[in-house]
Design a protein. Structure first.
Length: 901
RNA sequence: GGGCGAUUAGCUCAGUUGGUCAGAGCAGCGGAUUUACAUUCCGCAGGUCCCUGGUUCGAGCCCAGGAUCGCCCACCA
């Protein structure tokens, strides 16, 4: 606890607190008698640094967990990182490259040592940043997907799946990244709309295959057909073509079926086959078939027993091709090949073509679909129960629309390629006996001593490692001890809430559900909240390549983590995207500052009184009779706010929760209650109690959103017998007995009258210190009595002199009168304003404005300006012109009024 | 080719089941400085709630159609 200075300095407060929180293990949770509440943190990539997406994600989770913790739940939030196989390996390889080394130079073992070294040194960055953000994770439980226990879980689930026949190895077309030189799952190879070309290639027909065409491509109409034209976006793959396919019902090609074409440049004979898979509408209706490099062609190859010719190496160079192309990069080969074909007149035409091309999600290299021997997980049997679980609402999505997205993906799920040709990761627990046939595999958690079949000790482990997600999908239970039995697992599983971004639904959410049901026979969590994407003000996703990143750590440095959290959370309605700019964080900072200062004020009023703010009894029992209307009003507002914030947090409406707390604290408490309180006798213990109580409660109410400032301030105002930290203080209860419709109505009336008087004074530029007498006229007797009571408050808040309350009061000729809620507010004006002085002031201002208007007019009439200057500059000038005109009119009105006085 | 979301004040956005919902913040403008807070206070917003129909006593809010923008999914080479 520190002395509260006049300036709020989030940096100092936050720095101190977050280190305290960490060392005191305040967020540690063990199974006990309380109801558990568990939240699953998406383990961030170990190479990652905190970006806005993380900041939003973790702020939301932290709000949830702090909210539940205060509600008395045994709240557990297990933090950690995943090993991010490809990304981490890339990082370390880059490091090596600076030393002129490749990973192969070190060898597998040494390379892995380097990666571990790197992990020890840098892998903690994001964890540290999450702490700085205020995340109240159980840091003692921090896990890493390569930890011993989690690794065991990976091997265990591999074996279980294998034994159930759900893991298999086979040659299929997979997504290959030639840069990372590994296979990728479909999810890791997102498709991007790409402007490409569609090349129309002529494949000559073997003599005797030619014939007259009926309505084929126009060029060959009525001529003896000498060739068939195929269209392709990846011409280089033609070197691996082993057939040409057409649709069986396509009249244009009917008589070509069974004939033979010649592959240009190579000279290979290609059978012309018929298959329903061919779309007669696309291209020429004839398609080249490259079974080793395209998923559809692969299928064709299988059905028609074609040859599979792989024409590319692991790094995307050509192989098994004519000499002049051997060893060329795939795109270089494409260029040269097209040039040659064109020279030979074999390139019929080139058309622009928009298509979706897979890109590596780690390095953005264009994916090469390629035939390769890999391990796969059979997904359909795993997906079925996962679909059921969601359909039966054992898991619910918020917003609900994501349910459909999830179900749609699950229903069309493809098998999952899980082997990766990298070194950093969980090595596949499979061994091959060198003496037995190659397809004989031994699946084992630990290296088997000898082949169970032939007894040979010459065994070799599979070289590949597993997809990182193959360990992440076990996170909800592997972090709690699975496959071992544990108290934690019994107590905390299934967990309650998962908070994540939409792009993670397929990668992780869906797979966790499948893994949970498979391994634990229960869902891993009950609610999934999908928040939005963080975007800049133009709606673009924040990304390094666009250069529109706002660094959360930067914001924390400038405005504080509380400000960051507040602004992020108020900028997003349930499940909508978050649009932010740097200025928006000022709002959060100002709010923290406001809290700081109002606390200072409350503490200062108490000083010297018998009332003790810190340690005052709570819940306090006040006699309703002793409360003023303002007291009753603010207590009522407080109760409403508590109910609303609680309800909002229950339904993930974080923006509404934050907004409600903001309105209560700033608009109601600071702007009105505190101001009113200044009028009353400082010795009023009732008032001091209300001030302290409302402030203290509001701090608790806001704590999940702004943990640092609320913790610090709460230490100064907490009631006797409170816990050491606001984090474990009870969540505020909405006291029904404080709900007070009458007080709310009366105080609203009071505010309306004050505002009306302020308006009148402001309109006429009555100096603040001038206190005009005011008459309030109304027929309602109760209202008259009320204002009689409120006279002193009215005088201070509206800065007025005598207040006359009556019925049917006469309005003097030179008085201003406004009616609010049936009350006529009469402010006599004569003698209030030094008319001459005011007239001079206004005239001077009018002159200034007139001159400015003149300048603007000249400018706007200048064609050079209006036509050549940037549009927004011109618009700005126009806008300014309107403003000036408006202001001038206002002043003219004032002048007229002054004349009439 | 499917699916989803958005369209409300100059800007960024709220508006839970249709009836004080036409709002907030920022920007702008006019004013205030012996103040808990200038990271402040007071006052000022007339915006066809994208368009067109429909349901209803009544619609930003429900329905149908359309427009614009954005996102996701899909093996048309």
């Amino acid at each position: 606890m520190v002395e509260l200075s006049s300036r709020y300095t989030p940096k100092d407060v936050e720095e101190r607190l977050y280190q305290q929180w960490e060392s005191q293990a305040l967020f540690h949770a063990e199974p006990d008698r309380r109801a558990p509440y568990t939240i699953v943190i998406p383990p961030p990539n170990v190479t990652g640094i905190l970006h806005m997406g993380h900041a939003l994600n973790n702020t939301i989770q932290d709000i949830c967990i702090r909210f539940r913790r205060m509600q008395g739940a045994n709240a557990l939030w297990v933090p950690g990182t995943d090993h991010a196989g490809i990304a981490t390996q890339n990082v370390v390889e880059k490091q090596l490259a600076k030393e002129g080394l490749r990973r192969q130079d070190l060898g597998r073992e040494q390379f892995l040592q380097r990666v571990w070294q790197w992990k020890e040194q840098y892998g903690n960055t994001i964890i540290r940043q999450l702490k700085r953000l205020g995340s109240s994770c159980d840091w003692q439980r921090t896990r890493f997907t390569m930890d011993e226990g989690l690794s065991e879980a990976v091997a265990e689930v591999f074996i279980r799946l294998y034994e159930k026949g759900l893991i298999y190895r086979g040659n299929y077309i997979i997504n290959w990244c030639p840069r990372c030189q590994t296979a990728l799952s479909d999810e890791e190879a997102p498709r991007k709309e790409t402007r490409g070309k569609l090349y129309y290639l002529k494949y000559p027909l073997v003599q005797g295959s030619g014939f007259k065409v009926q309505g084929g491509p126009r060029t060959s109409n009525l001529e003896p057909r000498t060739h068939v034209v195929v269209a392709t976006t990846r011409p280089e793959t033609m070197l691996g073509d082993t057939a040409v396919a057409v649709h069986p019902k396509d009249k244009r090609y009917k008589s070509l079926i069974g004939k033979t074409a010649i592959l240009p440049l190579v000279g290979r004979e290609l059978k012309i086959i018929a298959d329903e898979a061919v779309d007669p509408e696309f291209g020429t209706g004839a398609v080249k078939v490259t079974p080793a490099h395209d998923p559809v062609d692969f299928q064709l190859g299988k059905t028609h027993k074609l040859e599979f010719i792989n024409v590319m190496t692991d790094d995307g160079r050509m192989t098994n091709v004519p000499k002049e192309y051997e060893g060329l990069d795939r795109f270089e080969c494409r260029k040269r090949l097209l040039a040659t074909l064109e020279g030979q007149g074999m390139l019929e035409k080139t058309a622009d073509h928009l298509h979706a091309v897979g890109h590596c999600y780690r390095c953005d290299t264009v994916i090469e679909p390629r035939l390769s021997l890999q391990w796969f997980v059979k997904m359909k049997p795993l997906a079925q129960p996962a679909i059921e679980a969601v359909k039966k609402k054992r898991i619910t999505f918020t917003p609900a629309r994501w349910t459909k997205v999830y179900l749609n993906w699950m229903e069309h799920i493809q098998d999952w390629c899980i082997s990766r040709q990298i070194w950093w990761g969980h090595r596949i627990p499979v061994y091959y006996c060198q003496r037995c046939p190659a397809d004989r595999v031994i699946v084992s958690k630990t290296p088997p001593g000898k082949c169970p079949k032939c007894g040979s000790t010459n065994l070799k482990q599979d070289e590949d490692v597993l997809d990182t997600w193959f360990s992440s999908w076990l996170w909800p239970f592997s972090t709690l001890g699975w496959p071992k039995k544990s108290k934690d697992l019994d107590y905390f599983y299934p967990t309650d809430t998962l908070v994540t971004a939409p792009e993670i639904i397929f990668f992780w959410v869906a797979r966790m559900i499948m893994a949970g049901l498979f391994c634990m026979e229960d869902v891993p969590f009950r609610q999934v909240y999908i928040h939005g994407t963080v975007r800049d003000l133009t709606g673009k996703k924040m990304s390094k390549s666009l250069g529109n990143i706002i660094d959360p750590l930067d914001i924390i440095g400038q405005f504080g983590a509380d400000a960051l959290r507040y602004t992020l959370v108020t900028s997003t309605a349930v499940g909508t995207d978050v649009f932010i700019s740097e200025e928006k964080f000022v709002v959060g900072r100002n709010f923290a500052n406001k809290l700081w200062n109002v606390t200072r004020y409350v503490l200062s009023t108490v000083q010297g009184s018998r009332f003790k703010v810190q340690g005052h009894p709570s819940p306090f029992n006040l006699e309703p009779r002793t409360l003023s209307v303002a007291d009753r009003w603010i207590l009522s507002r407080l109760s409403h706010a508590i109910a609303e914030v609680t309800k909002a947090l229950d339904r993930y409406a974080f923006n509404e929760a934050a907004q409600t707390a903001y309105e209560l604290i700033w608009r109601d408490f600071c702007d009105w209650y505190v101001e009113v309180s200044k009028v009353r006798s400082q010795k009023s213990e009732v008032q001091l109690a209300v001030l302290a109580h409302v402030l203290e409660t509001a701090l608790r109410l806001l704590h999940p959103v702004m943990p640092f400032v609320t913790e610090e301030l709460w230490q100064h105002v907490k009631p006797a017998g409170s816990p050491a930290s606001i984090m474990t203080a009870p969540w505020p209860k909405a006291e029904k007995r404080w709900l007070d419709a009458e007080a709310e109505e009366q105080f609203a009336l009071f505010k309306a009258v004050v505002t009306a008087i302020r308006n009148t004074k402001a309109e006429l530029n009555v100096p603040l210190e001038t206190k005009p007498p005011v008459q309030l006229s109304t027929k309602r007797e109760a209202v008259r009595r009320f204002f009689e009571d409120q006279r002193p408050f009215l005088q201070v808040l509206a800065q007025v002199g005598d207040v006359t309350v009556g019925e049917g009061l006469m309005k003097p000729r030179d008085a201003s009168a406004t009616v609010v809620d049936g009350i006529e507010v009469i402010v006599p004006l004569s003698g209030l304003i030094d008319a001459a002085k005011e007239r001079r002031r206004i005239q001077a201002r009018v002159q200034e404005l007139t001159e400015e208007l003149g300048r603007l007019d000249v400018r706007l009439k200048d064609r050079q300006f209006t036509q050549r200057a940037p549009e927004d500059v011109v618009n700005q000038a126009k806008q300014r012109r309107e403003q000036v005109t408006e202001t001038l009119q206002k002043f003219t009105g004032h002048l007229q009024l002054l004349e009439s006085l």
